[in-house]
Ligand binder design. Structure first.
Ligand code: MCA
Ligand code: AMP
Length: 505
């Protein structure tokens, strides 16, 4: 029996000394080096008693070793569960408990804060630091450098990626081997990636974009990856000359455009710039073309569905649209209340079906049934419209979500904490336009009668349990929140009222 995801992404490079990862300092990790590490880690998981299907939660810095943990999970039939390195111990605790992870890998600096959490959830804590050292790697170093991949079918789980919910509780999206493989195969074809490509990789590897899109595409073709620990403008500008392609969130592109060193000459040799995870302003698309002569290729995806649509590689990349469905993927626009398909040009819910669509939310059958129809269509929660040429545009969201610098923030999660503070009658958390992050978080509080709120203390209190990128950039008070006749808070009105708060005149 086979393990197709492993064989196709990793196993095909067995014994090859071709460069896979190039680090900022020029160090090269060959495919062969990488696979030896992977096998040692797969052995280590087996030694720890893990069985196929067990979850491995990781909150570790981006490094070749971190990527090898992902590969080892695929090889050993384990479910890889990457976590944002910005998450607080409270946040991590939920994911470890909810997923039933058997192992939690974290940086040694966080071991004290997470040890008890791991223990109380029945997980074993091991460390892996940004430089690749740690208790896990030390133990694995003695293991054999080959490992027979555990048999897996396309329907077996490969990863859990948590995505927040409108109730404030995160849901574990179960992604199968087939989901991941079909999607990167479609992307390689659509975007014409080959072994000759060198991808500039500055995205985090705990989300679909950096992990399954950028990394899997390179693994599938055998191309090289310039593997930066994080987005850093200077490094990006320096390494650009060695790259052929780059993938990023819109903030990458606005930051590059704000730097005079980013010129037409600096990117003349580049083949492709891809943007996704958040809306790319048509204005950025146009400015980018004016400056560089390149048209950014914008695509659209979700944690639950991997990539759904893409502007064409050959053909018109239309600013303000996210292009056409990928091969094998179907989309339709439906009426939110009836679920009926709408005509071209009408605005409605974007629904998607295909081999890319996830299996459901871990241990949340009701949530799964709400969003994943029996006929296989997944209701994305995004609102869209398809024009007469077939281009999809995302025109809004039917879900209360803020996307800041490509990170999703669900207002409910913050509102629950704010509402709990003494003296707070109610709260509304909204996203407002931000020049760097696209959107940022603003919280509006209503105080209980005759109460003066200490906004600084409230900010500090909620801040201790929320990742930094979720912290409200401003907290304001209002005597009451605007409501419609049904009593529903009108966030649209609030967003309109505060839309210029961060706009630079
Ligand atoms: C960092 N900070 C942020 C964000 N990132 N605040 C709001 N939104 C953010 N996204 C805060 C830090 O807490 C810190 O706060 C300060 O900004 C600077 O931190 P630093 O680490 O230096 O941040 P940065 O380097 O400026 O990072 C900004 C970034 C990064 C490069 C835009 O957030 C990033 O790489 N985003 C990509 C996210 C991504 O990959 N999304 C894909 C998920 P302080 O100074 O107060 O300490 S979506 C997905 O996968 C779907 C499927 C899809 O379609 O792709
Ligand atoms: P996530 O849950 O982190 O996977 O984020 C998925 C959401 O990001 C989608 O539902 C969209 O709202 C948004 N998104 C992804 N790509 C784009 C894009 N190109 N334009 C607008 N929104 C996008």
């Amino acid at each position: 029996m086979a393990n197709t995801l492993y064989d196709t992404l990793f196993g095909q490079h067995q014994g090859k000394t071709t460069p896979f990862l190039q680090m900022e300092n020029g160090t090269i990790i060959t495919h062969c080096d990488f696979l030896e590490l992977t096998s040692q880690y797969a052995h280590q998981f087996c030694k720890m008693g893990l069985q196929p299907g067990d979850r491995v939660a990781v909150q570790i810095a981006k490094s070749p070793q971190a990527l090898a943990v992902y590969a080892a999970c695929v090889q050993a039939g384990l479910v890889f569960l990457p976590l944002n390195t910005a998450y607080t111990a409270d946040e991590v605790s939920y994911f470890v408990e909810n997923s039933g992870a058997r192992v939690l890998l974290c940086d040694a600096k966080r071991a004290d804060a997470l040890e008890l959490i791991a223990k109380s959830c029945g997980a074993v804590l091991e460390t892996m630091n940004a430089d690749g050292t740690g208790s896990f790697t030390a133990k694995a170093a003695e293991n054999p450098i080959d490992f027979t991949p555990v048999s897996r079918t396309a329907d077996d789980l490969a990863a859990f990626l948590y995505t927040s919910g409108t109730t404030g509780r995160s849901k574990g999206a179960m992604l199968t081997q087939g989901n991941l493989l079909s999607n990167c195969q479609a992307l390689v074809k659509e975007w014409e990636f080959t072994a000759d490509d060198t991808l500039l990789h500055a995205l985090p590897i705990f989300h679909t974009h950096g992990l399954f899109v950028a990394t899997n595409v390179s693994l599938l073709t055998g191309g090289k990856v310039l593997f930066l620990p994080k987005f850093d403008l200077d490094s990006l500008l320096e390494l650009m000359s060695q790259a052929t392609a780059m993938m990023g969130v819109p903030t990458f592109y606005t930051r590059l455009l704000n730097d005079p060193r980013f010129t037409r000459e600096a990117v003349e040799h580049m083949r492709l710039f891809v943007s996704g995870s958040a809306p790319l302003l048509a204005e950025t698309h146009v400015k980018f073309q004016e400056r560089t002569g390149h048209r950014i290729l914008e695509r659209y995806g979700m944690t639950e569905t991997n990539m759904i649509t893409s502007n064409p590689y050959n053909g018109e990349r239309r600013a303000g649209t996210v292009g056409f469905p990928l091969p094998g993927v179907e989309i339709k626009i439906t009426d939110s209340s009836t679920g009926e398909e709408l005509a071209l040009g009408e605005i409605g819910d974007i629904e998607v079906r295909g081999p890319n669509v996830f299996k459901g939310y871990w241990q949340m059958p009701e949530k799964t049934a709400e969003e994943l129809r029996e006929n296989g269509f997944f209701i994305t929660g995004d609102l869209g419209q398809i024009d007469e040429d077939g281009y999809l545009s995302i025109v809004g969201r039917n879900k209360d979500l803020i996307i800041s610098g490509g990170y999703n923030i669900y207002p409910k999660e913050i509102e629950v904490l704010l509402d709990d503070k003494e003296g707070v009658l109610e709260s509304a958390v909204i996203g407002v336009p931000h020049p760097d992050f696209g959107e940022t978080v603003v919280a509006i509080l209503v105080a209980e009668k005759n109460t003066d709120l200490d906004l600084e203390t409230i900010a500090d209190d909620i801040g201790s349990s929320l990742a930094k990128f979720k912290h409200p950039q401003r907290i304001l008070t209002l005597p009451e929140l605007p409501r419609n006749t049904m009593g529903k808070v009108q966030k649209k009105e609030l967003r309109e009222q505060y839309k210029d708060m961060f706009v630079i005149a």
